[in-house]
Write a protein that binds this ligand. Structure first.
Ligand SMILES: *[C@@H]1O[C@H](CO)[C@@H](O)[C@H](O)[C@H]1NC(C)=O
Ligand SMILES: *[C@@H]1O[C@H](CO)[C@@H](O)[C@H](O)[C@H]1NC(C)=O
Ligand SMILES: *[C@@H]1O[C@H](CO)[C@@H](O)[C@H](O)[C@H]1NC(C)=O
Ligand SMILES: *[C@@H]1O[C@H](CO)[C@@H](O)[C@H](O)[C@H]1NC(C)=O
Length: 176
């Protein structure tokens, strides 16, 4: 084999075997027919090579527009065992769990999702009062605090995605 084709073969092999996953699968609290749903979405178009100062050359996933006039992000500390009760998403927002554990259930369904804080702690909550009568229930059963950063979406802020399946994401993407 010519040394150059050997090298390019090797680099393709390396990029296939060592590449970071090409997108993030996230649990979404969505709504259909006025009821909250749990769905697993893959964010599209996935990770791209950043050209932004400070992260240039690394893999970054665009989470879409956030904020807008009068909206604020918040950092919330939930005590161990906190019961958030049944509620609607106050706004369409990213909820990024930094630590702890969230257990999301739906009032008229057996669907549930477990979201551990950390690398895979990103969810979207979209079931605002206008689109879901009953909302969802969130409890925080860990023995330590759960910390969540809430970031409201901007106009048209729901990012590009593919719906992978009904229900919260399971498997590799939640075990980390
Ligand atoms: C959802 O239900 C509420 C309360 O019954 C109703 O006012 C609203 O119009 C419904 N929304 C949709 C999209 O069906
Ligand atoms: C956002 O923060 C500003 C400044 O503290 C406050 O005046 C405003 O009411 C907040 N907006 C919301 C929606 O909480
Ligand atoms: C749906 O959930 C609500 C709130 O928990 C409850 O009041 C209602 O009885 C439930 N309806 C059915 C059909 O289970
Ligand atoms: C996302 O889900 C797809 C389909 O289930 C799976 O092939 C892929 O490995 C998942 N990605 C991650 C990062 O877990």
């Amino acid at each position: 084999m010519h040394p150059i084709s050997f090298l390019s073969f090797f680099s393709v092999f390396l990029s296939l075997s060592l590449a970071a996953p090409n997108t993030l699968n996230i649990t979404v609290i969505n709504a259909q027919n006025n009821h909250s749903t749990l769905e697993c979405w893959a964010i599209e178009p996935g990770f791209q090579t950043s050209s932004t100062a400070g992260t240039s050359g690394t893999q970054a996933l665009n989470l879409g527009p956030i904020g807008g006039p009068g909206t604020n992000a918040s950092y919330t500390v939930l005590p161990p065992g906190f019961d958030g009760g049944r509620h609607n998403a106050p706004a369409r927002q990213w909820v990024i769990f930094l630590t702890g554990l969230a257990h999301i259930t739906l009032p008229n369904s057996t669907a549930e999702a477990w979201v551990p804080g950390g690398k895979y702690g990103v969810i979207l909550a979209l079931d605002t009062a206008g689109v879901s009568i009953l909302g969802h229930v969130t409890r925080y059963p860990s023995t330590g605090e759960t910390v969540a950063v809430q970031v409201p979406l901007g106009e048209g802020g729901v990012p590009g995605h593919v719906v992978l399946y009904e229900g919260g994401c399971v498997g590799e993407e939640v075990s980390g």
